[in-house]
Design a protein around this ligand. Structure first.
Ligand code: 0K2
Ligand code: SF4
Length: 342
């Protein structure tokens, strides 16, 4: 049994766990995972998903067991089937390919990623050079770049700034991937501004609220921790960033694990305070597994370090809402037809 309090204790030599809040699922991930589950209920298995719906091993394995089939490209999906696009977004060409193959699509792109796509389209239409700060090869960056490939240049961190070429220095804007380190992105922006003083910024933050809040929380918690354990998968950009931010905040040691059984006992040597958090694609059950593992080794006292409250939610993808409504109406009509007296 793990004991939890919400009040940070005074510095002590007793073993303890600091549990970051917020952590785990964001609104976009929750929506995307529920979209796959609802599609399986509504249409029956199999339902195809292009790429991992979110970058988490456990989520993918769990949905596979329920009948989801994960593919890399739409060409692997049999004609006429249903395919769901992941939370990270897709380039317009992927929608075109799906239409050519007569696939029924459900777009689970997070609305906050779609917002960045729309910014890219708008600035490209106004003929800006768009400097997209992000990690090369990441699905979100591929999707956003695909909105305006002739106008977008990827800038993969501060060290990449020297390589950037633009057509007109008076018409340059930066945008970013939603799941980057806030501090490193600002370093990149500063370096870009040194090179292009007329560079303009996105109309609102591209790094999303969830990424920002999880970094603020891990900074507060990491500053007091000897060891930070971040639950998340290796291909999860925002989870990997949490490890870096924890170390930057002063944690002596920090590791990323998918599951509690990946924790190495040797990490606990000389450790009094363990910080625990999780990426935006991580179900809480995995964090609970880590807390139990720690409690079994004397770290049963858990204090929650709250950096922000989150209440944002997103409605399901419109294709699903439409079909779920039609199904509800059909069931209602059936119930009325069979009602007593009919
Ligand atoms: O952090 P990543 O962008 O790699 O993605 P996930 O770990 O799947 O987290 C959810 C973010 C999805 C879109 O922003
Ligand atoms: Fe959306 Fe942010 Fe979650 Fe990505 S991390 S799915 S942008 S809320």
């Amino acid at each position: 049994m793990v004991c939890m309090t919400a009040t940070p204790a005074a510095t002590s030599t007793a073993r303890r766990v600091l549990l970051a809040a917020p952590r785990g699922y964001c609104a976009g991930v929750d929506r995307a995972v529920i979209a796959v589950e609802k599609a399986l209920e509504q249409y029956g298995a199999p339902v195809f998903v292009r790429k991992e719906i979110v970058h988490n091993k456990y989520v993918v394995q769990t949905l596979e067991k329920k009948g989801a089939i994960f593919v890399d490209e739409t060409e692997e999906v049999p004609e006429g089937s249903i395919v769901i696009f992941s939370a990270h977004g897709v380039a317009p060409v992927v929608h075109e390919e799906a239409a050519e193959r007569r696939l029924a699509t459900i777009d689970a792109t997070c609305p906050l990623v779609t917002k960045v796509h729309k910014e890219a389209v708008r600035f490209a239409k106004d003929d800006y050079d768009i400097l997209l700060i992000g990690h090369e090869g990441h699905e979100e960056v591929i999707g956003t770049s695909g909105e305006a490939p002739d106008h977008i240049t990827l800038v993969d961190g501060p060290e990449d700034v020297q390589n950037v070429q633009v057509r007109d220095e008076s018409k340059v804007v930066w945008l970013s991937q939603t799941t980057l380190s806030v501090d490193e992105t600002m370093e990149t922006v500063d370096a870009l501004k040194d090179r292009f003083p007329q560079l303009i910024s996105p109309p609102s933050d591209d790094i999303c609220y969830a990424t920002q809040n999880r970094q603020i929380a891990v900074k507060q918690m990491g500053a007091q921790a000897d060891l930070v354990i971040v639950v998340g998968s290796r291909n999860s950009s925002n989870s990997v960033r949490l490890v870096e931010v924890a170390l930057g905040a002063g944690a002596r040691d920090a590791h990323l694990v998918d599951f509690a059984d990946e924790i190495d006992e040797s990490w606990l040597a000389g450790v009094t305070t363990v910080g625990v958090t999780s990426g935006a694609s991580v179900p809480e059950i995995l964090v609970q597994g880590v807390l139990e593992w720690l409690a079994e080794r004397g770290y049963g006292d858990v204090e929650v370090v709250t950096a922000a409250e989150e209440s944002i939610t997103f409605s399901l993808p419109k294709e699903l809402r439409r079909d779920l409504r039609a199904e509800a109406e059909r069931l209602n009509a059936g119930a009325e037809d069979s009602a007593p007296g009919k």
